[in-house]
Design a protein around this ligand. Structure first.
Ligand code: ZN
Length: 353
């Protein structure tokens, strides 16, 4: 399966500070791991990103917010940054964030272009997937919505219906908000319930606005939910919505913070369970162009391991070697929460299981 891997070491200049949980230097480690394995060849092709244009950002974000990001990036003082979600705190402004923002958004845009013209079946940019970025403010470590730019690029290239699937442990609130009135973009987020975790949204009852009813799907889980429940739910719900929504293209956000090792989330997937689920999704999407993006993931060793394996499996290679196969188990509280979520989706949203 011909797959593009978009990477630049400059991705690591997304610098929220030395003690911040999000360290994009992990992306350099992944690329090195793949190099050391001799993974790049005619089926897994390393491609340099180029910066997107300011007009690409304007297709997604508020013009005033874009100017604020640019000015703060240049070190201008006197801006009330907190009005725009730019720290101090989760998402501090940093010098060079404008240039970096254009680059990581450009990487996701490039993914969409490469799969749209058929050059590649799949394209990966792990610097992207920043799903908490909103129309007019930053949030949750995310400044600009590369995901929305990728979705818009697919649409402008003739892919009418785009399915967005988000398996990050946090709700994909920014993407959902940007597309909730678009009937041709279905956003599907699997995450730890907002009752326990940032950003506090992503209720199972949310279904979109009247003009785009059923374009929003949320499947929240309780803390200590494991692969026994999560894996089959992710694949079964996605499969059902593939049949129902009939997308032309897919954008997949692969935040790796649902792993048991992650210090921020409270779900307990093993690496093998998580990867087997990604494998199942990619098999499900095999006839569609797929853009694969990153997201959260705060245990660096685990993220480097699973994302480098994602690159292998996207290119149709063996990726299971050296993975432990033990099964994690959900607690009884997590199972009870899950049963009530699925009962709702069955009764109110027409899920057949
Ligand atoms: Zn996350």
């Amino acid at each position: 399966m011909k797959t593009a891997y978009i990477h630049s070491d400059l991705y690591a200049s997304y610098n929220l500070g030395p003690r911040h949980p999000l360290q994009q230097a992990r992306l350099i480690d992944i690329c090195e791991t793949l190099h050391n394995q001799g993974a790049f060849d005619e089926n897994l092709v390393l491609v340099e990103p180029s910066p997107c244009k300011e007009s690409d950002l304007l297709s997604v974000h508020d013009a005033e917010y874009i100017q604020i990001v640019k000015r703060a990036s240049q070190g201008e003082t006197g801006i009330q940054l907190s009005r725009y979600g730019l720290g101090p705190g989760d998402t501090p402004a940093f010098a060079g964030m404008w240039e970096n923002g254009l680059l990581y958004c450009g990487g996701s845009l490039r993914c969409a272009e490469l799969v749209a013209d058929g050059t590649y079946k799949r394209a990966i940019s792990f610097a992207g997937g920043l799903h908490h970025a909103h129309y007019d403010h930053a949030s949750g470590f995310c400044i600009l919505s590369d995901i929305a730019i990728a979705i818009n690029t697919l649409k402008s290239n003739g892919y009418k219906r785009v399915l967005y699937v988000d398996i990050d442990v946090h709700h994909g609130d920014g993407v959902e908000a940007l597309f909730r009135s678009d009937p041709n973009v279905l956003t599907l987020s699997f995450h730890e319930s907002g009752a326990w975790l940032f950003p506090g949204t992503g209720n199972v009852q949310d279904r979109g606005v009247e003009s785009a009813v059923d374009s929003v799907w949320n499947v929240p889980f309780a803390p200590n939910t494991g692969g026994d429940v999560w894996c089959s739910t992710v694949s079964d719900v996605t499969s059902h919505l593939m049949d129902r929504f009939l997308p032309d293209a897919i954008v997949l956000q692969l935040g790796a913070d649902a792993l048991a090792e992650d210090p921020l989330g409270h779900l307990v997937m093993t690496r093998s369970e998580w990867l087997q689920t990604v494998d199942t999704l990619l098999q499900m999407f095999r006839d569609k162009p797929v853009v694969i993006l990153g997201g959260g993931g705060y245990c660096r060793a685990a993220v480097v391991d699973v994302w480098s394996r994602v690159a292998l499996l996207a290119a149709g290679r063996p990726w299971q070697i050296g993975l432990e196969l033990e099964q994690s188990l959900s607690t009884s509280d997590a199972l009870e929460f899950h049963r009530s979520t699925m009962r709702y989706l069955h009764d109110q949203r027409g899920l057949p299981f």
